[in-house]
Design a protein around this ligand. Structure first.
Ligand code: ZN
Length: 306
């Protein structure tokens, strides 16, 4: 099967501090469902929290590694600098009122590419953009876009256009900073990547409040295998397929330095527990089940109301 086109984002993974504050913001304030409570498969003494829509649909999944010892990070060139959710146009004004009533600070509304948006800060200071979108509903529903910060956007643009099949759909300049917009065919959930061009001196620093990696969708394992072949042939250093329990993953660095992943839609988040109760129990991959008691003792408390 040929690699075809990338339909959009699968998930975004960031580093956060205290898991309870992270839960209270993403589940409480933003109204996302915790669809999986598990551990970092490479460091099982820390959580890996997955938020999304009710079903845990690819394109709605925001995940966090609560690395409480990491210290605060700072976005910079070669990093993703903002994550944006789609907010139904009809709910936009109500949400500004709701946030004001909850004493939740936000900036805006401002406008980009003809769409109004507001910017919140999560408990670790990461920008969370809510962008008005032509969708139904009354709450944020899946990703609108991710913004990448690049000194030189052109090589990244070529990856998005020549390989992923995105089209460059606009350029705007705000406050002297150029923003290039790329959109996947179909234009659905998570189909937009913005690149801001900035050669500001200094560099970013990984830590709490920064994006760790950006994952794009492959509908099947066969499509992912074709992407692995194609990207390797184009000179990218792509990892072997890694089993992440809820999807299979391959990783590579895009030319500007952001860690990209291509993740499969199957098997999804109901692979190891019933869809109705996803997110309540601590789920462990089989290889860590024997260590469950020790892992549960090491993890900080996390209250998840039923
Ligand atoms: Zn990932």
């Amino acid at each position: 099967m040929p690699a075809g086109l990338i339909p959009g984002l699968h998930h975004v993974t960031s580093i956060c501090g205290a898991p309870q504050e992270n839960y209270d913001f993403y589940a409480g304030c933003l109204g996302q469902r915790l669809v999986k409570k598990t551990v970092n498969f490479d460091a099982p003494d820390t959580y890996h929290l997955y938020y999304g829509d009710e079903a845990g649909t690819p394109g709605t999944i925001m995940t966090f590694f609560p690395f409480t010892d990491a210290g605060p990070g700072r976005a910079g060139p070669g990093m993703a600098s903002a994550v944006a959710w789609r907010l139904p146009k009809a709910a936009f004004d109500d949400w500004m009122l709701k946030l004001a009533e909850e004493a939740q600070d936000f900036e805006g509304p401002a406008e980009r590419f003809g769409e109004r948006f507001i910017t919140l800060r999560d408990p670790d200071g990461a920008p969370v953009e809510l962008i008005e979108s032509d969708i139904d509903g009354d709450a944020p529903d899946g990703f609108h876009s991710v913004t990448l910060w690049e000194r030189n956007p052109e090589p990244t643009a070529r990856l998005l256009v020549d390989h992923f099949g995105f089209a460059q759909t606009g350029t705007e300049t705000h406050g002297g900073v150029e923003r290039l917009r790329f959109t996947a065919e179909g234009g659905g959930r998570g189909s937009v990547i913005d690149i801001v061009r900035s050669d500001a001196p200094g560099s970013g620093r990984n830590g709490t409040g920064t994006v760790h990696h950006v994952a794009f969708r492959a509908e099947t394992d066969e499509v992912q295998a074709a992407w692995r072949e194609r990207l390797s042939a184009a000179g990218f250093d792509v990892t072997p397929v890694i089993d992440r329990q809820y999807f299979n993953a391959i990783y590579f660095r895009e030319p500007g330095g952001v860690l990209f992943e291509i993740a499969t839609d199957p098997p999804g988040f109901a692979a190891d527990e019933p869809a109705e109760t996803m997110g309540r129990a601590l789920m462990l991959p089989p290889r860590y089940e024997a260590m469950r008691d020790r892992i549960e003792r090491m993890l900080p408390a996390l209250r998840v109301p039923e």
